[in-house]
Design a protein around this ligand. Structure first.
Ligand code: NAP
Ligand code: ZN
Ligand code: ZN
Length: 351
C-alpha cells in the first residue's frame, strides 16, 4: 500500500503529553475520499484513550473523532463527494458492511467489530493502528464520510460528529419528544448537546451538574430547570419526576441517586464511559420497573440525519476554538470539568 506522510498531534505513552508526530495515510483507493482536516473536536474519549484509561490503547495514538474538513481528492468510484465539498468523519471509518447490523446502517454494532477512527487495527496499512483527526488529513471510504450542511459553521459542526450523535441517537431511540421529562447528568460536551437536542425535540429538560458555575449556562443552553447534584435537598425535591435520564458523566459516580429521580417505567441511559463498575441497588430498578441502559455513538445514516436535524433546527454546539499547542492544557481542563462546552482544534495551527 502506497502511503503519504502527514503531520499529526498525538502521544507515544500514557504519561507523556501530546506532541507533533508524523503518521502515514493510505493513497486514495477507488471508493475513498481524502479530506484536508480544518477542525477537530476534543472528546473526553480522546483523553481516556490517550491516557490508556480504558486499558486498550496501542501507542502511538492520534486521537480525534469529530472531524470536519474539505474534500481534496476522491477515488474513481466515489459518487457522493467531489473536491471542495465540506465533509465530516465521526467515530467510525470502516466496518464489515455485510452483517445484519451493517446492512441496516447500524455500523456501531458491526458483528466482527467496526473500525474506529483511532486506536483500531488499520485494515490497509499493515501493523498500524488507525489515527484520528488531530492531523492534517485523513483518507476514508465514502460510506463513512458525512456531508456537512452548508448552513452549519464548520468549526461548530465538528462536535456533532461524536457529542451530537451520541446524544441524538438515544434521545431518538427512547422516543423523547413533547411531554417527555428529560434529565441530563454532567454538563460537558455531551451534556450540553443533550440539552440542545432534547429541547429541539420538544422535551422538558432538567440538568444535573456538580458545578455551581454552570447553572446560568445550563439555562442559557435551554434547560428548564437546573439542579446541583451534590445538594441532597435539591435532589430529593426531584425524586420521581423524570421519564428519561441521559448520563454523560466521565468519572465514577452514584447511579442510584439518579435512578431515584425516574418515574415508573423510566429509563436511565449511560453514555458516559468511566471504566470502573457503577453498582446498582436492585430495588432502585425493581420497584418502578425501571431500565438502566447504555448507548454507543450511532450508525452512518443516523449521523447524517442528526447533521441535517441540527441544520434545520439551528442546533449549534458552544465551542472554544484552540490551537494544537493548547491541547494538553485543554485535557487538564476537561479533567476539572472546566469546559464551555467543547474544545475544537483549529487544525491550521499544526502547520
Ligand atoms: P466532558 O466534556 O469532560 O464532560 C463530562 C462532565 O461530567 C463534566 O463536565 C462534569 O459535568 C461531569 N463530571 C466530571 N467528573 C465528574 C465527577 N467526578 N462526578 C460527577 N460529575 C463529573 O466529557 P464528554 O466529552 O462530554 O464525555 C463524557 C463521557 O462520555 C466520557 O466518559 C466519554 O468517554 C463518554 N463518551 C461516550 C460515548 C458513547 O458512545 N457512549 C461517546 C462519546 C463520549 P458537571 O460539571 O456538570 O458536573
Ligand atoms: Zn467521542
Ligand atoms: Zn458489520
Amino acid at each position: 500500500m502506497q502511503t503519504t506522510t502527514v503531520k499529526a498531534f498525538g502521544t507515544e505513552a500514557a504519561e507523556a503529553p501530546l506532541k507533533t508526530l508524523n503518521i502515514e495515510r493510505r493513497a486514495v483507493m477507488p471508493s475513498d475520499v481524502e479530506i484536508e482536516i480544518l477542525y477537530c473536536g476534543i472528546c473526553h474519549s480522546d483523553l481516556h484513550a490517550a491516557r490508556n484509561e480504558w486499558m486498550n490503547t496501542v501507542y502511538p495514538i492520534v486521537p480525534g473523532h469529530e472531524i470536519v474538513g474539505r474534500v481534496t481528492q476522491v477515488g474513481d468510484a466515489v459518487a457522493k463527494f467531489k473536491p471542495g465539498d465540506l465533509a465530516a468523519v465521526g467515530c467510525l471509518v470502516d466496518s464489515c458492511r455485510e452483517c445484519e447490523y451493517c446492512r441496516e446502517g447500524l455500523e456501531q454494532f458491526c458483528e466482527p467489530g467496526a473500525t474506529l477512527t483511532f486506536n483500531s487495527p488499520d485494515k490497509f496499512i499493515d501493523g498500524q493502528q488507525t489515527y484520528g483527526g488531530y492531523s492534517q488529513s485523513v483518507v476514508v471510504d465514502e460510506r463513512f464520510v458525512l456531508s456537512v450542511p452548508e448552513s452549519l459553521d464548520p468549526a461548530a459542526a465538528a462536535p456533532l460528529l461524536c457529542a451530537g450523535i451520541t446524544t441524538y441517537s438515544p434521545l431518538r431511540h427512547w422516543n423523547v419528544g413533547p411531554g417527555t421529562k428529560v434529565g441530563v447528568v454532567g454538563l460537558g460536551g455531551l451534556g450540553h448537546m443533550a440539552i440542545k437536542l432534547a429541547k429541539a425535540m420538544g422535551a422538558e429538560v432538567t440538568v444535573f451538574t456538580t458545578s455551581p458555575s454552570k447553572v446560568e449556562d445550563a439555562k442559557r443552553l435551554g434547560a428548564d430547570d437546573v439542579v446541583l447534584s451534590r445538594d441532597e435537598e435539591q435532589m430529593a425535591a426531584h425524586a420521581n419526576t423524570l421519564n428519561f435520564i441521559l448520563d454523560a458523566v466521565s468519572a465514577p459516580h452514584d447511579i442510584n441517586a439518579y435512578l431515584g429521580l425516574l418515574r415508573a417505567d423510566g429509563t436511565l441511559v449511560l453514555v458516559g464511559a468511566p471504566l470502573e463498575p457503577l453498582p446498582v441497588v436492585s430495588f432502585n430498578l425493581i420497584l418502578g420497573r425501571k431500565s438502566f441502559a447504555g448507548s454507543p455513538i450511532g450508525g452512518l445514516p443516523e449521523t447524517q440525519e442528526m447533521l441535517d436535524f441540527c441544520a434545520e433546527h439551528n442546533v449549534v454546539p458552544d465551542i472554544e476554538l484552540i490551537g494544537v499547542d493548547d491541547v494538553n492544557d485543554a485535557y487538564e481542563r476537561l479533567l476539572k470539568g472546566d469546559v464551555r462546552y467543547r474544545f475544537v482544534i483549529d487544525m491550521k495551527t499544526l502547520n
